[in-house]
Ligand binder design. Structure first.
Ligand code: CUA
Length: 158
């Protein structure tokens, strides 16, 4: 069978792109640990304010768990509650977040924390904060006219 030279180049390019794509996906999944959210918990998005822990957003110290702090975040168009929060350096923190209206994002810039918040679902992420500083949190799911101003701030203090 004769395959034209350009056809060979094209096949090489196609297969090469596929392999490159799989390497990038594999690297981000196994090396950076980015995985899809488990979305095991369902809550009524219309009653978020009444349901624990979302009836009390903010930073809470906890005892007897694998993490030291729980950061409870409620997203809605176009802000996060709380607007900013502070955790001590070296602590293990569990972020627990949901949304009251449409899909929002919860990305902590400069880290691998990047959750999608879906109405009716609870997104969680446990991490140890090992670098002091201020981190911008932003919404990276387009949610409407105020999307670009939807930010919050995480302060990691010594
Ligand atoms: Cu919330 Cu974009």
């Amino acid at each position: 069978m004769h395959i034209h030279k350009y056809e060979k180049w094209w096949i090489t390019f196609g297969v090469g792109s596929l392999v490159l794509f799989l390497i990038i996906v594999g690297f981000s999944a196994f090396h950076y640990g980015s995985h899809p959210p488990s979305a095991k918990v369902y809550i009524d998005p219309e009653r978020v304010d009444e349901i624990a822990p979302f009836n009390n957003p903010g930073v809470h110290k906890v005892e007897g768990k694998e993490w030291d702090y729980e950061v409870v975040v409620v997203a809605s168009a176009f802000f996060y509650n709380p607007q900013e929060f502070e955790v001590p350096l070296g602590s293990t923190v569990k972020f627990i977040a949901t949304t009251k209206d449409v899909i929002h994002g919860f990305q902590i810039v400069g880290t691998n924390i990047n959750m999608m918040l879906e109405p009716g679902y609870v997104s969680e992420y446990v991490t140890t904060v090992d670098k002091a500083g201020e981190y911008l949190i932003l919404c990276n799911e387009y949610c409407g006219i105020g999307h670009t101003s939807m930010t919050s701030k995480l302060k990691v203090v010594e």
